[in-house]
Design a protein around this ligand. Structure first.
Ligand SMILES: *Cc1c(COP(=O)(O)O)cnc(C)c1O
Length: 381
């Protein structure tokens, strides 16, 4: 027998209460039963997003919500600033270009966070920017962006909306939408929300809604005006992913009863332990200066291709971690610690990593990473 463990940064493990709830027979959505469920979900989504605004639930993967953000606040010919420090920053640029939006990119070295002065000077220099697109947790590199700092800069520009991809940040790191003044937040179900893939979420500030109402851009399935109107009445514009929403209710209950500040503290602890463990093993972090608490990107040791580590961990130990993308392929592996994760999950993945590295000829003393992890996990900080 071999037990399987998922440590990839999406999809992530789904708790069994949610799995069981989703296995129940599908019921019709134009019913009081669905409306009662969706009313609860809507309330809890606001708690998780820390906003008074409506959080819309969409039936698509996270990228669908990213596309909805672009098409609802911008029109062809508009100008946008996009921060690109990895695959997901690139995706913002790709979506914007697909809709004829003029993209100004700030290129950030993969593994580092954007320098805020670059954003400030770009907004100062380039007239007519209508939105700034950011990635709070850049999953391809494991970098955390200083979103609060960016929000302070963007705040003074009345015509600029701040949009963030929080797909591996919401439910992981601090993100008080209203307090920080973030205009658009998008996330997806299969990361920190502990669900299968298939749902995405988007919340907009009043300033962003004013833009949406006045925009003449083309949109149909992702017309957020239509969705908001329906969802305020506990319905959706089109057939909702009913079973996933049943599961969502369970995972939101879990988050809300833990408390968002405790959720954030737990992820910070698991992240610290993981970073400390891999460094104790003599490995280097890709993003030592500004790491995301959702996942840890680790450079493979000299002479060992990252793919060999990933594949051996999977075949021999049943553990899934992710590799690198583009020029980081073969060079890094990524361990997720977001979502349905607790202290002993970290012990499992570090223990398997030690064994794997040893099997591949890397010199280490078994238990040294685990010890470092335990010291972080069980200290009373
Ligand atoms: C996973 C992820 C996405 C993409 O979401 P899909 O659900 O695959 O469409 C976008 N941005 C970030 C930061 C992600 O981690």
């Amino acid at each position: 027998m071999q037990k399987k463990y998922l440590f990839s940064p999406g999809p992530t493990p789904v708790p069994s209460d949610a799995l069981l709830a989703m296995a129940a027979p599908v019921f019709h959505h134009r019913t009081p039963e669905f409306e009662a469920l969706f009313a609860k979900v809507r309330d809890n989504l606001k708690v998780v997003f820390k906003t008074e605004q409506e959080v819309l639930t969409l039936a698509c993967s996270g990228t669908g919500a990213m596309e909805a953000a672009v098409t609802n606040i911008l029109s062809a010919g508009d100008k946008a600033l996009v921060v690109v420090g990895g695959k997901f920053g690139q995706r913002w640029g790709d979506i914007c270009r697909a809709y004829g939006i003029e993209v100004i990119e700030i290129e950030v070295e993969w593994g580092t966070a954007v320098d805020l002065t670059e954003i400030a000077s770009c907004l100062e220099r380039e007239k007519g920017i209508k939105a700034v697109f950011t990635t709070y947790s850049e999953t391809s590199t494991g970098v955390k962006t200083d979103l609060k700092g960016i929000a302070e800069i963007v705040d003074v520009y009345e015509d600029v909306l701040l949009v963030t991809d929080a797909i591996t940040a919401l439910g992981v790191m601090e993100l008080p939408m209203d307090e920080w003044g973030i205009d658009v937040i998008v996330t997806g179900s299969q990361k920190a929300l502990m669900l299968p893939p298939g749902l995405a979420f988007i919340a907009l500030s009043q300033k962003a809604w004013d833009r949406v109402e006045g925009s003449g851009s083309r949109r149909f399935y992702f017309d957020l005006r239509k969705e908001k109107k329906a969802q305020l009445k506990n319905q959706t514009a089109f057939t909702p992913a009913v079973s996933l929403i049943v599961g969502l209710d369970r995972s939101l209950n879990r988050l809300v009863s833990e408390g968002m500040d405790n959720v954030v503290a737990r992820h910070a602890r698991l992240a610290r332990a993981t970073r400390s463990a891999v460094q104790a093993l003599g490995l280097k972090l890709l993003a030592p200066d500004s790491p995301s608490d959702a996942l840890t990107a680790v450079l493979a040791p000299e002479g060992i291709e990252a793919g060999r580590i990933i594949s051996l961990m999977n075949k021999k130990h049943g553990i899934t971690v992710a590799g690198g993308q583009d020029h980081l392929k073969g060079k890094i592996f990524r361990i997720s610690h977001m979502g349905f994760m607790d202290n002993f999950d970290i012990a499992v993945v570090i223990s398997a990593l030690e064994l794997t590295l040893k099997e591949l000829g890397f010199s280490l003393s078994l238990g040294s990473g685990l010890k470092a992890a335990q010291e972080e996990l069980f200290s009373n900080r």
